[in-house]
Design a protein around this ligand. Structure first.
Ligand SMILES: Nc1nc2c(ncn2[C@@H]2O[C@H](COP(=O)(O)O)[C@@H](O)[C@H]2O)c(=O)[nH]1
Ligand SMILES: [Mn+2]
Length: 225
C-alpha cells in the first residue's frame, strides 16, 4: 500500500515571492532597455536581494518538506490505529514539484525552477498522481537531458476550477468516485477526475522521461478544505 500526501508551503512561499517580485519591480527604472511587461521584472546575482530571495525560497521549500513529514507521521499513525497494528514503513519518496535548485544542464550551472514538474534525473524516484479517482504512478527518472531531467508532476487540469464547477455536478462526482472512499461534499466537484487530463495519456507521453515502477489505484481519498 502507498500513501500519497500533497502539500506545499501553505502560502508562505507565495508571500515571499510577492515580496521579492515587488523588489524586482522597484528596480525596473534602473534597468537598461525597456521591459515588455512589469511582470517580467527580475533580480540579478550582483544584488543582495537576489541572494536574500534564494535563501528565503529555500527556507520555504524546507518548511514545506518538514510540514509534509509531520503530516505523513500523523497519517501513518492513523493507518496503524485503523489496522490495529503499527504500519511498517518500507519506502519513502519525497517528490516536490514547485521548487528551485542549482543544477548542471547542457554543460552549464543554472538555477532551475520546476513549476509543476518533478526531478527525473536517472535513477531518481518520483511520484506522478492522476486525480482523486484515477491511477497514480510511482516512477524512476530516466535522465532525459533535453527535458532538463524533468517529468510532469501529475495529470494537470483539463478544466479550470470555474469551468469544472459549471460543467459537473455532485452527482457526477459520486458516479465517478464509486468504489473509492472520499468526502462527499459539493466543495470537491471541481476536483472531479474528468476535470483533469487523462493520466494514462500523460504517462505515455512521458515514456522518454520516466520508467513506471507501480500503477496505483485509490482506495481512500481525503481532500482538505
Ligand atoms: N492521487 C491524487 N492525485 C491528485 C489529486 N488531486 C489532484 N491530483 C493530481 O495531482 C497533481 C498535482 O496537483 P497540483 O494542484 O499541484 O497540480 C494534479 O495535477 C492532479 O493531476 C488527488 O486527490 N489524488
Ligand atoms: Mn502541487
Amino acid at each position: 500500500m502507498w500513501v500519497f500526501l500533497h502539500s506545499g508551503s501553505r502560502g508562505v512561499g507565495n508571500r515571499i515571492a510577492r515580496h521579492f517580485i515587488d523588489k524586482a519591480k522597484q528596480r525596473i527604472p534602473a534597468r537598461p532597455g525597456a521591459l515588455p511587461h512589469r511582470d517580467l521584472a527580475y533580480l540579478t546575482d550582483d544584488d543582495a536581494a537576489f541572494h536574500d530571495y534564494l535563501a528565503h525560497l529555500h527556507w520555504a521549500q524546507e518548511f514545506a518538506r518538514l510540514n509534509r513529514e509531520v503530516m505523513k507521521d500523523r497519517v501513518i499513525d492513523q493507518l496503524g490505529r485503523f489496522m490495529g497494528e503499527d504500519a511498517e514503513r518500507v519506502e519513502e519518496v519525497n517528490a516536490h514539484h514547485n521548487y528551485t535548485a542549482r543544477e548542471e544542464h547542457l554543460g552549464r550551472q543554472v538555477l532551475i525552477s520546476r513549476k509543476g514538474a518533478i526531478d527525473a534525473h536517472a535513477g531518481v524516484p518520483g511520484l506522478i498522481p492522476g486525480s482523486m479517482g484515477t491511477a497514480s504512478y510511482v516512477v524512476t527518472g530516466k535522465g532525459n537531458a533535453m527535458a532538463l531531467h524533468s517529468a510532469p508532476h501529475g495529470a494537470g487540469r483539463a478544466y479550470s476550477r470555474t469551468r469544472a464547477r459549471k460543467t459537473f455536478t455532485q452527482d457526477d462526482l459520486r458516479a465517478r468516485m464509486r468504489g473509492i472512499e472520499y468526502r462527499d461534499l459539493p466543495d470537491f466537484v471541481d476536483e472531479i477526475p474528468d476535470a483533469y487530463k487523462d493520466i494514462d495519456v500523460v504517462m505515455a507521453d512521458a515514456a522518454d522521461l520516466v520508467s513506471v515502477r507501480h500503477v496505483l489505484h485509490q482506495i481512500v481519498n481525503v481532500k482538505g478544505q
